[in-house]
Design a protein around this ligand. Structure first.
Ligand SMILES: N[C@@H](CCC(=O)N[C@@H](CS)C(=O)NCC(=O)O)C(=O)O
Length: 227
């Protein structure tokens, strides 16, 4: 089984975390990236997005694309530990919050905060901190309050178990952190505590380590805006 996609992609990260939680064995190809696609990548994913998964080396035409499809496939492949609740209500919540994370949260974190910092640095330009700050404020208007309210007093987003919802949200917030914006503890204490709880898991801590290694070797300077 081969998983393809650059590790800074939050969607690739989702799949990497789920595979780690389930102790799945796979080969990893980090090359496909929005900053440069390998030739013929469209043959694997006609949507030209990452992550992509080639489940079987003997079936090179069989690809599963999209992090949600890949994570759900992993759940069937290795049901334990379960990352999707079995009760209908918690299952529905998990899928809904995964969707919120993969669409609106990803869009706002990616376009409004991550891009003005990371894409500028990658292009050899100074980070556009003012745009990132105003992007972060937009994120703080509706989405972060919504996630804060959805947690309530619970440790996890869906039922009493760590699930795909926790993974999907955390995978996005990690990119926010990478470019200098922690979830502010004074404004969103439950979400901040949830983030801290999630990144303590070995499956996610390994990804945090990967980001830190990237930062220290890239030579990019990421200013800390919210600690
Ligand atoms: N819904 C997809 C979204 C995947 C996605 O948008 N990935 C980004 C990288 S973070 C990508 O490949 N973008 C390519 C592009 O926009 O050209 C998923 O969950 O996998």
């Amino acid at each position: 089984m081969k998983l393809l996609g650059a590790p800074l992609s939050p969607f690739v990260r989702k799949a990497v975390i789920v595979a780690a939680e389930k102790n799945l064995d796979y080969e990893y190809d980090p090359r496909p990236s929005p900053l440069g696609w390998p030739e013929d990548f469209e043959k694997i994913n006609p949507l030209k997005r990452i992550p992509a998964l080639l489940p079987d080396a003997d079936k090179p035409d069989f690809a599963i694309n999209d992090s949600s499809a890949i994570c759900a496939y992993f759940e069937k492949l290795q049901p334990e530990p379960a990352l999707y609740p079995s009760a209908a209500e918690a299952y529905g919540r998990a899928l809904w919050l995964e969707e919120v994370a993969d669409t609106e949260l990803a869009n706002k974190v990616g376009m409004l905060v991550f891009r003005p910092v990371f894409f500028n640095l990658a292009a050899g330009k100074p980070a556009d901190i003012d745009s990132a700050k105003s992007g972060f404020e937009k994120l703080s208007e509706v989405l972060l309050p919504y996630l804060e309210s959805q947690l309530g007093d619970a440790n996890w987003f869906a039922g009493d178990m760590f699930s795909i919802a926790d993974i999907a949200v955390t995978a996005q917030l990690m990119n926010l952190n990478m470019v200098g914006f922690a979830v502010p503890e004074d404004r969103f204490p439950r979400l901040r505590a949830h983030y801290t709880r999630c990144i303590a898991r070995p499956s996610i801590a390994a990804c945090v380590e990967g980001i830190e290694k990237f930062i220290s070797t890239s030579g990019f300077k990421f200013e800390r805006i919210i600690a």
